[in-house]
Ligand binder design. Structure first.
Ligand code: SF4
Length: 284
């Protein structure tokens, strides 16, 4: 059996940056809090928590004072920075520069007199909350094409996307909003803010999945891009399986397989995919 790991799989640039920031502080022995899971990958979170990182929720933030707090790659709304300032919390800002740019764009549009904003993303996702928080009075969040049909029409509407949304679904939303805006005589400005680290992986991933007898996709249970990229694999190869941990592998999946491909989300560390490869080898 030949086992290979897809070359583009592994942490994206934004996650590498935030994890390196956390590791650098934890290596000095300092206590570091993380506002939410640093990455949607349970095994990587456990690795950092073993080094002393403490994960807290946004609701718990006001109870903390005089400490160091990591903002993960997803970013945070301005209200988080305001609480940190009041509570003398030093923010270690791991917001991905790509997300930061989108936040700034939304904040700038929100400051314009006649602009209205639609954010296409998963409601409640931390990145979406960070984007929405830049201009809460002018923004609405939609998660589907059905919801796009319910957005009121505006004279000057700006559309943004969560960075990990599906490109085709985004184009569907664009078509619906364009039609509705045109009919109402309004303008639609489309800001395609889907991250290339996710969308550009699709063709390579599709090819990789179809070239292998079995595909194992490694990703966290809450990883949005993991779910999107796994679907790409599953469409190309029905023998695709999603695992969050090598222990979830089932020997029967590999029956008669000559080639096995391993791929991962932008939040999957390379060491975890290597553990999966090792476990598959142990079945031989
Ligand atoms: S997926 Fe893209 S936007 Fe999101 S953290 Fe990674 S590099 Fe940044």
């Amino acid at each position: 059996m030949r086992i290979s790991i897809e070359e583009k799989s592994g942490f994206c640039y934004g996650v590498v940056r935030a994890v390196e920031m956390a590791d650098a502080i934890l290596d000095t022995g300092e206590v570091l809090y993380s506002l939410g899971q640093i990455v949607h990958n349970e095994m990587e979170v456990k690795r950092l928590e073993k080094k002393g990182m403490i994960t807290i929720s946004r609701d718990e933030l006001p109870a903390h004072h005089n400490c160091k707090m990591l903002v993960r790659a997803h970013g945070e709304p301005p209200s988080t920075y305001e609480i940190a300032r009041k509570n003398n919390i030093e923010i270690i800002d791991g917001t991905c520069p790509i997300v930061r740019k989108i936040q700034s764009g939304i904040a700038a549009k929100g400051a314009e007199k006649n602009a209205s904003i639609v954010i296409f993303g998963k409601k409640g996702h931390p990145e979406v909350e960070g984007l929405f928080g830049q201009s809460p009075d002018k923004s609405v969040v939609i998660s589907s094409m059905e919801e796009a049909e319910t957005v009121p029409t505006y004279s000057n509407l700006h559309l943004y996307s969560q960075t990990t949304m599906d490109t085709e679904a985004f184009q569907g939303v664009v078509a619906i909003l364009e039609k509705r805006q045109r009919q109402a005589g309004g303008k639609l400005v489309v800001h395609n803010t889907i991250c290339g680290h996710v969308s550009h992986r699709r063709p390579g991933l599709r090819k990789f999945a179809s070239e292998n007898d079995v595909l194992v996709f490694v990703g966290g249970k809450h990883s949005s891009n993991g779910k999107v990229l796994y679907e790409v694999c599953r469409e190309a190869n029905p023998r695709s399986y999603y695992v969050g941990d090598p222990e979830e592998l089932d020997e029967v999946w590999f029956k008669d397989a000559e080639t096995v491909g391993i791929a991962g989300a932008t939040s999957t560390p390379h060491w975890q995919m290597e553990m999966v490869a090792k476990k598959i080898k142990s079945f031989l």
